[in-house]
Write a protein that binds this ligand. Structure first.
Ligand SMILES: Cc1ncc(COP(=O)(O)O)c(C=O)c1O
Length: 419
């Protein structure tokens, strides 16, 4: 007989992750995923949710996208993981597709399995290319839980695991602060400036004008490479394939992940220019991993790229951008004391509330009302709002109607004025 969510949570508390189970229970829910399709999923108790988090972009193309599923099944009939030693037509096909949608300075693609792992590798490549060690990154970013990526993100997380970044090699700066960036670059020892184009975990604060262009200029002026973390903002979410390019910048490396998986097969990639990829001409075996560029993964990601480059997908993103922009403006006017700022770039959205825990309260109200959205972990006053790129118009309208009600409920929960 099938287990209930409560039973699964009890077991998970014993053998999976006690802290996480307790946290979910303290929020008053026990969600374990059941049926899922497109923008919707159900929990095991039969409650239905519209997915407005998309796992940060893993479900950019919705749950169980049928084209991706078919590509995965057909691929599994033909190949397996393949051998990371050898070239392969499937790797070449995916790489060509990624290069075709990237700035013309990009020459090579290196595929891996997760965003953090790709950030680690990109920083290593920059260190090799420049012969320098220092990494400059944003203190408000999250780049993953692996070694370098964890140290590159908000340093508190690395410190928690007793791996506080060595200040000789890591400097964390404020977002949108170019003076601070130049101050550090003047040491002339920086290998790379790693910038999450719009920092997700900080609640998607928008960049000042020309921020990314100036990051690029300064990095190059002082001999450093510019790595754009596009794990959350890339793959058409901004309305263009890469959000940093929408802002006019041309990085030396673009890191992508999450949505490249199609929601099915863990894949990430570093798209890089000649300088960043220099090590591969010297020693092509210097960086390897057993599952780098798996053939089945490349088949899945190739299909993701086919869907993302279709005019229908691009116009759906434009439709959603417009619908949310107009809808959120109206909702904000109604709840102006509580919803103090709407941050939006394409379908990257952050809803800032007036209360330090307003994002958390809004998340709780939305979940009760059937919308799954998640607060920004580094700024709990903000709710992250990330629909799938293929979300239907009527589903998006439903989300806005539920948001309207949930804002009132969240403000009531916190005993603050809603409007
Ligand atoms: C901006 C950003 N970069 C990198 C990562 C790490 O990706 P992964 O969890 O696949 O290692 C994340 C994960 O949330 C992220 O949000």
């Amino acid at each position: 007989m099938k287990k209930t969510a409560h039973e699964i949570y009890d077991e998970a508390q014993k053998i999976w992750n006690p802290g996480r189970v307790e946290m979910f229970r303290s929020f008053g829910f026990e969600i374990a995923m059941g049926e899922r399709q497109g923008s919707y999923f159900k929990d095991l108790d039969g409650h239905e949710y519209i997915n407005m988090h998309s796992n940060g972009g893993v479900f950019n193309l919705g749950h169980r996208n049928s084209e991706i599923k078919d590509a995965l099944i057909a691929g599994a009939e033909l190949v397996d993981a393949g051998n990371h030693y050898f070239p392969s037509e499937f790797k070449n096909e995916l790489n060509e597709k990624l290069l075709a949608v990237s700035p013309s300075n990009m020459r090579y693609v290196f595929t891996l399995n997760g965003g953090g792992e790709a950030i680690d590798a990109a920083v290593k490549f920059a260190r090799k290319a420049t012969g320098r060690q220092r990494l400059i990154s944003l203190s408000c970013s999250f780049h993953g839980g692996s070694g370098i990526s964890m140290q590159a993100g908000n340093p508190d997380l690395a410190t928690y695991f007793n791996m506080t970044p060595d200040p000789k090699f890591y400097t964390h700066i404020e977002y949108n602060n170019l003076e601070q960036l130049e101050e550090i670059l003047k040491k002339n020892d920086t290998a790379a400036v790693l910038i999450e184009t719009i920092p997700a975990t900080a609640g998607f604060p928008l960049p000042i004008e020309n921020y990314h262009i100036n990051v690029q200029k300064l990095a190059h002026q002082y001999g450093a490479l510019y790595i754009a973390d596009e794990v959350q903002t890339g793959l058409l979410r901004s309305g263009e394939m890469w959000c940093c390019c929408k802002y006019g910048a041309t990085p030396d490396m673009i890191v992508t992940g999450k949505g490249l998986s199609g929601g099915y097969y863990p894949m990430s990639a570093i798209i890089m220019n000649e300088q960043a990829a220099g090590w591969m001409k010297e020693d092509g075996f210097a960086h390897t991993s057993s599952f780098n560029g798996t053939e089945l993964g490349c088949i899945v990601s190739s299909k993701v790229m086919d869907i993302l480059t279709r005019p229908e997908t691009i116009s759906n993103v434009a439709m959603l951008t417009d619908l949310f922009e107009k809808g959120l403006k109206q909702i904000q006017a109604k709840h102006q004391d509580f919803l103090v700022e709407v941050r939006q770039c394409g379908v990257i959205m952050g809803l800032k509330t007036a209360h330090p825990y307003g994002g958390q309260a809004l998340m709780a109200a939305l979940i009760k009302n059937g919308v799954w959205a998640v607060m920004a972990n580094f700024d709990k006053s903000v709710l992250q709002f990330k629909p799938g790129l293929l979300m239907e118009k009527n589903t998006a309208e439903k989300v806005l109607a539920i948001l309207d009600i949930s804002l009132t409920q969240a403000a009531e929960m916190l005993q603050v004025p809603a409007n």
